[in-house]
Design a protein around this ligand. Structure first.
Ligand code: NAP
Length: 286
């Protein structure tokens, strides 16, 4: 039976570390601050934004939530992001996605100054991830890497399979595993014989949004399974992209849903904001 990689516990330990670092910065007159922009009234986005505010509060990061009506135009949003880019007291800026119809997620995200882009979605930061020289890593893949580290299994030389190739999870995940010297295969909806590929994998990260997709017969004995998926099921419960029972019976380590990658994603945003504050304050003093 697999050992559970407890993301909730790890995230809470990391929060304590971040809190201590924030206190140290505060003592030196630096107050890390995250600005979160929410456009419209999407209920899921409202919950995510509220959680971000709470997380910041827990570790002492100042958070500012700016809520705009769904009809907000491109010009007004652009103006707001430009003013936050220019505001020295703001270290991190995040636009909650998806934006309402009429606003282009990608276009708006690119307006955030790279040094304040704590989601690491800007092309500049994506490019830096490609080269391995980066300050921010997208929160979910960064959280997955921490969970793999927690398993104590080194990625070096291992067969790693990422299922899903989105810009925010699958692709950067593959890059991070490659930089950790894993041999990486990326599967997607057009991949043939996924089972044949996952059956050879030492480490599997699944991020597709299909409940119970990865089953025990698709993995080898002792594999490490990281489940990114979040699927709201008919019974109201959240479940991942793995069939937990059958995968846990064969894996050496597995993340639960909820309580695995989710809390790690949240804590990584705090870590990126802290890093942003440190980098910006250092550059001010140079
Ligand atoms: P996405 O943008 O919808 O991408 C899904 C990816 O899965 C695509 O690359 C797609 O392939 C691939 N895919 C879909 N069906 C497949 C199949 N049957 N076999 C193989 N590949 C398949 O999703 P995302 O934003 O990466 O999110 C993925 C999941 O992770 C969702 O459940 C999301 O809620 C969850 N998530 C969780 C967190 C967290 O903090 N825990 C954070 C982000 C996302 P194509 O490219 O060929 O279409």
């Amino acid at each position: 039976m697999a050992i559970i990689l407890d993301g909730k516990a790890l995230a809470s330990k990391m929060k304590e570390e971040i809190k201590a670092e924030v206190a140290e910065l505060n003592a030196n007159g630096v107050f890390p601050k995250l600005a979160v922009i929410l456009v419209g009234e999407d209920p899921a986005s409202q919950v995510y934004v509220r959680n971000k505010g709470r997380d910041c509060e827990e570790v002492g990061i100042v958070s500012q939530t700016i809520v705009l009506p769904a009809e907000t135009g491109r010009e007004d949003l652009t103006e707001l992001i430009r003013s936050l880019n220019a505001d020295d007291s703001v270290h991190g800026i995040l636009v909650q996605l998806p934006l309402p119809d009429g606003l282009d997620d990608s276009e708006i995200t690119q307006l955030i100054a790279p040094e304040k882009d704590v989601d690491a979605f800007s092309y500049y930061n994506v490019g830096r991830i490609m080269t391995g020289d980066y300050s921010f890593v997208p929160c979910t893949p960064a959280g997955c890497m921490e969970l793999i580290k927690l398993s104590g299994i080194s990625v070096e030389g291992k067969n790693c399979v990422v299922i899903g190739r989105s810009n925010i999870v699958g692709k950067p995940m593959a890059m991070l595993l490659m930089q950790a010297n894993g041999t990486v295969t990326v599967c997607h909806s057009r991949t043939r014989d996924i089972s044949g590929i996952t059956n050879r994998a030492d480490i599997i990260v699944v991020a597709i949004g299909k409940q119970g997709f990865l089953t025990g017969d698709m993995i080898k004995e002792g594999a490490v399974v990281i489940d990114v998926g979040i699927n709201r099921c008919a019974d109201g419960k959240l479940r991942g992209d793995c069939d937990f029972e059958s995968c846990a019976a064969k894996a050496s380590y597995i993340t639960p849903v909820p309580g695995g990658v989710g809390p790690m994603t949240r804590v990584m945003l705090l870590k990126n904001t802290l890093n942003a504050a440190k980098i910006q304050e250092v550059s001010k003093n140079v």
